[in-house]
Design a protein around this ligand. Structure first.
Ligand code: NAD
Ligand code: UFG
Length: 337
């Protein structure tokens, strides 16, 4: 099956391409390299033995999308492309709505013209806002507190309305919890530009000596140790979730929504300790003020994906921290240009 993977050069997309190739699928990557480097393609080949076709393009370029879908006989789309930094979205809302919302509308319009009726969209647990309780099921109310979250919610709503009007389409909304880790070969991983926003890339950079210490945002949350609790999921488990979704429901018309998480909550300090064990390095940290917009706890009830798709995250906290460290220690400055 030929699948257009928008944003396939990025963190989650590149790992998904590898799992797809291993499952016998053919990814065709469509990415404008805004937040990734072309060397990723070589790494995908090194690991999987196959170099995907790559089109350097923007998802707001409808004509190029249509041409690409026709040229490669695309049957389904996995849509990762977009901007993802919460803080930046507050400063640049227009860019976020244009890339994430407009980009998706152009893509779906192009799919319609090319006759492709199956899409998996990268959504986020951020659409649950500050949940009243945990674990979170797919039927929880949705809300957003920043432009990034709004953009994800808007896309979910657009796609839901579109699917109602076009009942023969298959639309899958995958709500990711906190993706971490890297490929177990250490050849692919997360390569944030500038100061990392997310916990694990920051911790990895402290371990490798690029940063002096970690700031732990808040130690007075109503959690077991006062620090924020999240559902960290190994990026390869997440990638497998896409392969299974494509295989099981990529051709089944309807709107399908799934949480992709492990169902386990770990605190910031749990993650720091686990990383220290995996790396053998001490991670100096300072307890500082809460980060505005953060919530105390967020973890998934992943049982719907298990029941319908037979998918369950398999990799442990030890796997996540070991693989993160392997990637970071082998590639202290990320991907080469
Ligand atoms: P990433 O930045 O590593 O990958 C995104 C890729 O999309 C990059 O290669 C970038 O160059 C490309 N891109 C951006 N705008 C584009 C455009 N207009 N046209 C073509 N390509 C474009 O991000 P990621 O962590 O792999 O995330 C992938 C998706 O998953 C995003 O939609 C993100 O919002 C969503 N998501 C990520 C997380 C997370 O914590 N990483 C959590 C929940 C949801
Ligand atoms: N944290 C720190 N120090 C840091 C970075 C993070 O203490 O330097 C803490 C946060 O306060 C939080 C936890 O580590 O308690 C995780 O923070 P991340 O920034 O790694 O992840 P978030 O849960 O805040 O956000 C992630 C994605 C968002 C997505 C959200 C919900 O980055 O895109 O999950 O899916 F919207």
């Amino acid at each position: 099956m030929n699948v257009l993977v928008t944003g396939g050069m990025g963190y989650i997309g590149s790992h998904t391409c590898i799992q797809m190739i291993e499952a016998g699928m053919t990814p065709v990557i469509f990415d404008n390299l805004y937040n990734s480097k072309e060397t990723v393609l070589q790494r995908i080949e090194d690991v999987s033995g196959s170099k995907p076709e790559f089109v350097n393009g923007d998802v707001r370029n409808k004509a190029l999308l249509i041409e690409t879908m026709k040229r490669f006989n695309i049957e389904s789309v996995i849509h990762f492309a977009g901007l993802k930094a919460v803080g930046e979205s507050v400063a640049k809302p227009l860019e976020y709505y244009d890339n994430n919302v407009n980009g998706t509308l152009v893509l779906v319009d192009a799919m319609r013209e090319a006759g492709v009726k199956s899409i998996i969209f990268s959504s986020s647990a951020t659409v649950y806002g500050d949940p009243a309780t945990v674990p979170i099921t797919e039927s929880f109310p949705t809300s957003a507190t920043n432009p990034y979250g709004h953009s994800k919610l808007m896309v979910e709503e657009c796609l839901t309305d579109f699917q109602k009007a076009n009942p023969d389409w298959s639309i899958v909304l995958l709500r990711y919890f906190n993706p971490v880790g890297s490929h177990p070969t250490g050849k692919l991983g997360e390569d944030p530009q500038g100061i990392p926003n997310n916990l694990m890339p920051f911790v990895s950079q402290v371990a490798v000596g690029r940063r002096e210490f970690l700031s732990v945002f808040g130690s007075d949350y109503p959690t077991k140790d006062g620090t924020g609790v999240r559902d960290y999921i190994h990026v390869v488990d997440l990638a497998d979730g896409h392969v299974v979704a494509l295989d099981k429901i990529g051709k089944k018309s309807g709107l399908h929504i799934y949480n992709l998480g492990t169902g386990n909550g770990y605190s910031v300090l749990d993650m720091v300790k686990a990383f220290e064990v995996a790396s053998g390095k001490r991670i100096p940290y300072k307890l500082v003020e809460r980060r505005p917009g953060d919530i105390a706890e967020c973890w998934a009830d992943p049982s719907k994906a298990q029941k319908d798709l037979g998918w369950k995250a398999k990799r442990t906290l030890e796997d996540m921290t070991r693989d993160s460290w392997l990637w970071q220690s082998n590639n202290p400055d990320g991907y080469p240009e």
